[in-house]
Design a protein around this ligand. Sequence first.
Ligand code: NI
Length: 170
Amino acid sequence: MSVREILKMGDSRLLQPAVEVCDVHTAEIKMLVEDMRDTMRERAGLGLAAPQIGVSLRVIIFGFKDNPRYPDVAEVAQTVLVNPEISVLDASLVYGWEACLSLPGLRGRVPRFSKIRYTGFAADGSRIEREAEGFHARVVQHECDHLDGVLYPMRMDDMRDFGFEDTLDL
Ligand code: NI
């Protein structure tokens, strides 16, 4: 439908917890999901959360094939997740580099749980339940954080591993 503007870090709307979706089957949600898909595709992102386009609802999308920014990453199907919930299956932390469309040009090394189960609802209302590890688990944790007003630098424990993509020695 349309490519939306992505809010950047510093915008207080990114820090607000998002609200649960009561009914997936509305025109509003259908349009939101389409706009999120268009916006993510246009910006070549791997994931996007509704608050990033200024909509305070618990909706995320993610998915990727081969992405030059993340070589050696297994493909994850394009997924819409409404009212997602995460339970931790393995609380050991793994560190990995992340980027975010709300922090253009930047990257940081972020600790995440190594294995999770996530649940939620697809755009057609069907229930999704999956286990994920590695980069897949990282992306889901990153996107769900957006729904709680958390940006990835807030998860970092060593700010020396934070900088501009074109400058960092990765
Ligand atoms: Ni993000």
